[in-house]
Design a protein around this ligand. Sequence first.
Ligand SMILES: Nc1nc2c(ncn2[C@@H]2O[C@H](COP(=O)(O)OP(=O)(O)OP(=O)(O)O)[C@@H](O)[C@H]2O)c(=O)[nH]1
Ligand SMILES: [Mg+2]
Length: 309
Amino acid sequence: MVQTISIRSSAHDTKKSGFVALVGRPNVGKSSLINTLVGQKVSIVTPKPQTTRNQIRAVLTEARGQIVFLDTPGMHQGKTSLSQVMLKTALRAFSAVDLVLLVFDAGDGLTAQDVTLIRRLPKGQGAKPVIALMNKIDLINREKLLSLIDALRQTYDFAEYIPVSAKTGEGLSVLLDVLFQQLPEGPRYYPENVTTDASPKFLVAEIIREKLLLKLQQEVPHALAVAVEEMTEESGRLLVRAVIVVERPSHKKIVIGKGGAMLKEVGMLARQELEALFGVRMYLELWVKVREDWRNRPSQLKEFGYFEE
Ligand SMILES: Nc1nc2c(ncn2[C@@H]2O[C@H](COP(=O)(O)OP(=O)(O)OP(=O)(O)O)[C@@H](O)[C@H]2O)c(=O)[nH]1
Ligand SMILES: [Mg+2]
């Protein structure tokens, strides 16, 4: 009897858990924040907007409990079906979580695009608390930060206003204190050592896409997708065959580069990172295919993992 009571009270103790979405316009640092928060690269990061295309889960486990962060695509009004799917993916996160972190780029101040986004926030009963997260404070002075907080206060009644930097880690322990305080008591959803539920194939495709985004210019990176067609382990070596899909023959030429130089460099950069991530030697084979207008074809979007669940 006594034992039962003690088990119950310790299980009941103070463990918090819940789901927290990071949303905002492209390039404000949502994925960078997620990676710094869970202490591992779970989501790819580049200086180009519209890097993230899927909802990505990152898990943080502490003695206080467990937080499942949802990274989302930057919200923007694009013309392609892919852009529309990305916007819906971000909006869907609102209903799937306990709390929303609306992320701003403090260096940019409050932009017109941010204001449009704030106006779209769900209101009324059942709306989730929204915390304003002002990221990249390493780039600005106190005066600019105060005027951003002021502008935000006048636009929406946020639950909290927290200045942070994904780059330096500043403000993140304050953020975690607030989150653990506000989340309900609950169970651990994932085992302690898990940082993401993304499949190895997805991680490989994303790292390759990240290197392509970093290396290519202008419109080409947004018009490509990466699919891992084969991934097997053979005598301690990981064999991966991936296809880079582009929209036009001219893009294919650019991705391959002069004498194959671009593809070779992208492959080398991706392989180095993936070997470190998986702790095995890797053989990476990259192919480039043209699929005209794939960003507007639902069957293709599905094939590359961009769809509404
Ligand atoms: N100086 C500084 N740069 C940052 C910080 N956080 C992110 N960045 C940079 O901002 C750029 C965009 O970062 P991401 O994390 O990809 O932004 P995102 O919001 O996930 O972008 P999308 O996925 O396109 O919506 C990258 O070049 C990051 O290195 C920060 O705290 N300080
Ligand atoms: Mg991102």
